[in-house]
Design a protein around this ligand. Structure first.
Ligand code: NAD
Ligand code: GLY
Length: 359
């Protein structure tokens, strides 16, 4: 088992990564210090992994709330359901919530933990690759508003993250690839040796080789933990974790958040960011070609879906959260392993990049 510390002073917490760690009763005994424990999960994950967790909780008293599957569960209604459940069962401030699921359950449960009685403990048990390498680490919690994703939320850190590679065996292929986009992202923005390892070993990763999975989750979480420890509230370097996201969000918005998974949009967006970096003289064409190759091998799309127009992309990008005083800052690459946050690009180069990726 690997243990990574997220170093946030008195709010520091461990990320445990390994095979079958969810059967380790000692881990649960160590972190569950309350007799009031609520597991929040969904209808898809519960039949797969709830019993495993309940067995490991052994004699620890607990309740379970099973919510519907899907992004629509990340809502104020679901938040209210969790709070109502806690109040009906007379949970006190010393209770602990456990988020068992992907990013939807993790973001929602984390936000409920941040809100209930002004903050109670919570543990993340991420079950998608995306959640294991990204959303369960770093304390961004939120629900969606009908007018915008993640618009109601808080920075609120968990007290532990338990990432078991075994649970990835049941993850659908597209969900797995979507998580891989975020893994590749860490290599591109700040870890060239990891990126080079991925180039060599992406075949093993795709086969979900257990050692390879442990390694990519370890490297991803180590990178994310370092960034979060330096800039918890995204006033600087944390924004580099959004490589590909501005292009990706523009695609997701044009698709009304249907058809493509977030990680798929991020994958294509990262390639677009690399292409723009090349047009600005920061990267070589050969480096961009190699990024495309690894994305294709990870089974991620590398073209904007048919029907989306240049104007739509440009308009959608302008309302991105990374706009400041009307200026759109982009995360680009100075080199492989070196991201930069910049508004130093021309409209013409941006247009050329988008046109290059239109079907
Ligand atoms: P998700 O939670 O919807 O999970 C994807 C699908 O996989 C769901 O159908 C789920 O039921 C299923 N699933 C989960 N674990 C499984 C398993 N082991 N086997 C089989 N099926 C399984 O989606 P996600 O991609 O995990 O997360 C997306 C969410 O994460 C979005 O809401 C996004 O905004 C958020 N997010 C948050 C952060 C953050 O920093 N907090 C970062 C990235 C994304
Ligand atoms: N997923 C980006 C971040 O946590 O900052």
């Amino acid at each position: 088992m690997k243990i990574i510390e997220v170093d946030l002073g008195d709010r520091k917490y461990p990320i445990y990564i390994g095979n079958s760690i969810l059967s380790d009763q000692k881990l649960f005994d160590e972190h569950i210090t309350s007799s009031q424990v609520l597991i929040v999960t969904n209808e898809n994950v519960a039949p797969l992994y709830l019993k495993l967790i309940e067995d490991s909780l052994s004699k620890i008293n607990h309740d379970v709330l099973i919510l519907p599957d899907g992004e629509s569960t990340k809502s104020l209604d679901s938040l209210n359901q969790i709070i109502t459940c806690l109040m009906e069962k007379k949970y006190s401030r010393t209770c602990i919530l456990i988020a068992l699921g992907g990013g939807v359950i993790g973001d929602l449960t984390g936000f409920a933990a941040a809100c209930y009685q002004r903050g109670v403990k919570f543990i993340q048990i991420p079950t998608t690759l995306l959640a294991q390498v990204d959303s369960s680490v770093g304390g961004k919690t939120a629900v969606n508003h009908p007018l915008g994703k993640n618009m109601i939320g808080a920075f609120y850190q968990p007290c532990a993250v338990l990432a078991d590679t075994n649970v990835l065996s049941t993850l659908p292929e597209r969900e797995f690839s979507a998580g891989l986009a975020e893994v590749i992202k860490y290599g591109l923005i700040r870890d060239k040796p990891f990126y080079e390892w991925l180039e060599e070993n992406i075949g093993l990763v795709i086969k979900r080789d257990n050692e390879a999975l442990t390694y990519i989750i370890d490297r991803s979480c180590t990178n994310k933990a370092e960034v979060v420890a330096e800039d918890e509230r995204e006033s600087g370097v944390r924004a580099t974790l959004n490589l590909g996201h501005t292009f990706g969000h523009a695609i997701e918005t044009a698709l009304s958040y249907k058809d493509w998974l977030h990680g798929e949009a991020v994958g294509c967006g990262m390639l677009m960011a690399a292409d723009l970096s090349m047009r600005l003289g920061l990267l070589e064409q050969e480096q961009v070609d190699k990024i495309k190759e690894i994305l294709v091998r990870a089974k991620l799309p590398t073209k904007i879906p048919k029907g989306i127009k240049l104007k739509q992309m440009l308009e959608n990008m302008k309302v991105d959260k990374k706009s400041r005083d009307g200026v759109l800052y982009l995360i680009l690459l100075n080199d492989i392993g070196e991201a930069v946050i910049t508004s130093d690009y021309t409209e013409q180069a941006l247009t050329e990049t988008i046109n290059h990726f239109l079907e």
